[in-house]
Design a binder for this molecule. Structure first.
Ligand SMILES: Nc1ncnc2c1ncn2[C@@H]1O[C@H](COP(=O)(O)OP(=O)(O)O)[C@@H](O)[C@H]1O
Ligand SMILES: O=P(O)(O)OC[C@H]1O[C@](O)(COP(=O)(O)O)[C@@H](O)[C@@H]1O
Ligand SMILES: [Mg+2]
Length: 320
């Protein structure tokens, strides 16, 4: 029986567990012997790999994070450690890999393919939603709902105490979470790396509103802008309203996967197993304009992620 191993890698994201479960079950139904690699690339190097017995993936669909755990590994950049990882797979008869993670993890498995010719299929999973070629990455919907709940709570206290709140959300280089949050929580200000901002214009826009009785403000900033502190001080000092900063941090990565993340996970998992079963070697599963498909890793990893023009249009007025 051919061994097919599943791993999670890079930043954890809700939806990874359902993707693991469906990958295991569908691979088994096609006649593969499924394996689980624990601790991501680190576990592949250290041989932390176990056969996926049927009960290994039961009772996990509702759990956040990843039961396989994840890691970022400096060692995987070195050939000798990748060779060690390959020997671990070979010993167990594993000839195909599914990696659930981000672009960094896909690049890692692409290097691995070029070294040892072990085909892989990538399932996009990162709350940043910044993988080129796919409109959706697992974890995004759960993170957005987690942020929404928190921003709604902040609005309660902002309104009660007549304050401005700057809320910093995740997004290493990308403002997708911030822009979507700003639109869906009715924020007055949104600062993201994709948009030039103009504080003078923001001041001119909001001062009359504050003079006419507006008693609170919500500003959403992406962590990639590094503007949280500065904007909070600026609002406090120039808009004459007491301001506080809330950095949501890693709370955004946790939580039980939403229905959307569970459903998308099941479809990505089936697509990944099918891709490997067809004999494809280095493909990433993508969801574009309502359809599932595959793209070769080079098309995904070598181009910048385009930004949703509708979101830009909606958020531009909030950045000036
Ligand atoms: N070009 C590469 N060659 C080998 N390993 C890589 C390469 N790029 C990334 N990796 C490995 O992939 C891991 C995960 O990548 P990272 O960017 O942190 O997360 P994500 O997969 O979520 O984008 C890194 O810690 C590193 O071990
Ligand atoms: O968990 P860490 O190592 O502090 O990394 C934080 C980063 O990981 C993320 O949560 C997710 O990014 P990746 O999915 O690319 O790993 C970013 O939003 C954030 O900048
Ligand atoms: Mg990444």
């Amino acid at each position: 029986m051919e061994g097919l191993a599943i791993m999670t890698s890079g930043g954890d994201a809700a939806g990874m567990n359902p993707a693991v479960k469906y990958s295991v079950e569908y691979a088994r139904s096609l006649g593969y012997k499924p394996y689980l690699i624990y601790d991501g690339l680190r576990g592949m190097i250290d041989g932390n790999i176990k056969e996926a017995k049927p009960d290994a993936v039961s009772g996990i669909i509702h759990r956040g994070g990843t039961i396989l755990r994840s890691s970022r590994s400096k060692r995987f950049f070195e050939y000798d450690y990748r060779k060690q990882a390959y020997d671990n797979l070979k010993k167990l008869g594993i000839t195909k890999l599914i990696v659930i993670g981000g672009d960094g993890s896909f690049r890692a498995l692409n290097d691995f393919y070029h070294d040892f010719k072990v085909p892989f299929a990538g399932i996009p999973a990162t709350i940043d939603n910044d993988i080129n070629g796919t409109d959706y990455c697992l974890g995004v919907d759960t993170a957005l709902n987690m942020i929404r709940g928190n921003v709604d709570s902040i609005r309660d206290t902002a309104n009660s105490f007549s304050r401005a709140f700057v809320v910093e959300v995740m997004g290493r280089d990308c403002g997708y979470l911030a822009m979507t949050t700003a639109v869906t929580s009715g924020a007055e200000i949104c600062l993201v790396p994709e948009l030039e901002y103009d504080l003078d214009r923001i001041g001119n826009r909001l001062r009359p509103e504050l003079e006419n009785g507006r008693n609170f403000l919500i500003a959403i900033v992406a962590e990639g802008c590094n503007m949280g502190d500065y904007l909070t001080r600026w609002i406090n000092d120039t808009l004459n309203i007491e301001a506080r900063l809330t950095i949501l941090g890693h709370i955004q990565r946790g939580g039980s996967p939403t229905v959307r993340d569970r459903l998308m996970a099941s479809k990505f998992a089936v697509a990944a197993v099918d891709s490997l079963h067809r004999g494809e070697t280095c493909n990433i599963m993508v969801y574009r304009s309502g359809d599932f498909g595959t793209l070769p890793i080079n098309r995904v990893a070598d181009s910048p992620t385009p930004v949703d023009p509708d979101l830009i249009r909606l958020c531009k007025p909030l950045s000036r």
